[in-house]
Design a protein around this ligand. Sequence first.
Ligand code: GLA
Length: 391
Amino acid sequence: MTSSVTPVKHLVAEARTFYNETFGNDPEIAVCAPGRVNLIGEHTDYNQGFVLPMALPLVTVVVGRQISGNKVSIVSASEALEESNRVDFDLPTSTTPLLPGKPRWANYVKGVIQHYRAHPLPGFQAAICSSVPLGGGLSSSASLEVAVYTFLQQLCPDDGDDKAKAMACQKAEHTHAGVPCGIMDQYVSVLGKEAHALLIDCRSLEAEPVPLVDPGLVILITNSNVRHSLTGSEYPTRRKQCEEAAQLLGKSSLRDATREDLEAAKDGMDNVTYRRARHVIEEIRRTSQAAEALRQQNYKEFGRLMVESHNSLRDDYEVSCKELDELVNAAMEVRGVYGSRMTGGGFGGCTVTLLQADVVEQVKQHIMEKYNGSPSFYITTPSEGARVLSL
Ligand code: GLA
């Protein structure tokens, strides 16, 4: 079965009704920010490397209005929440910052308010609705952060610097969700471009849009619908291992290291550190090559690099899991599939598959037969980053 993508205007209508039922008046502002899928360049962003994600038509919508005073009240319509769907708090002051607490989903909101780049923010009421599956590896959290930031921009405009906006949202995730993530998810949620993937240089923070519209091509996301608890602890461990490897190589980050540097230092390194660094160095190279292949519409080459990326994430970086491997293997068995790989942090979540449009039903069928779980599918196109919507 395919999970169809809820049109943004339906989500806005849903959020509007929810807002009205909760607060007894009508919202005046509506914004949205997308989730993302990373085509290639995994675990390279915090090593100052390249990534090649695209923004999704799956979005988080925030509707609401300013109120007098310094109170904030927010409701979230997310069905997967096992905690209270409403939160009320006072805006932070210079002496009383907003601290993380419960419900956990509100920490993303609080973090963004805390790191917002203009003052003074007025009190407000808001309702949140999202079509990005929670915890599915499609950056539901970045889409929430960026949507909230975009909402705050309507209440109290900042200087409009999009990169600073992405960085403020990343900081919110660090301080209020406790995840030391890179910049990719927030960056593409802010700056994603319709009909394009974004080749982001995570060192300079410059990005080049690479066209990705071909009626003969489909980008299929398959959600394994599993999420292993390792995600939380392994991500910071990987970051540390990369920093250690860079230090051993005498570089400020693995972006500056070559495969030759690594081989020359191999004997002074333990095998795990060596393999982590090998993944990152090779993945940065693959990502540049894949962007070039995409510019030339060489999907075969792009697909080959995707599979190489997956194998390296599985064997060297060790962030895949049997469910993701199963999904990739099943997809690759069908003729007309160019490439497939896990996407995002790993240990569950989704795979992304590039294939000829005419075999998409066959691929889904085959995956459903082969996968020992119940997958969901999204057929996606590269979409626009965060934006203001009409009500
Ligand atoms: C998560 C993080 C990103 C990135 C990916 C792995 O999605 O939020 O910053 O590191 O994992 O590529």
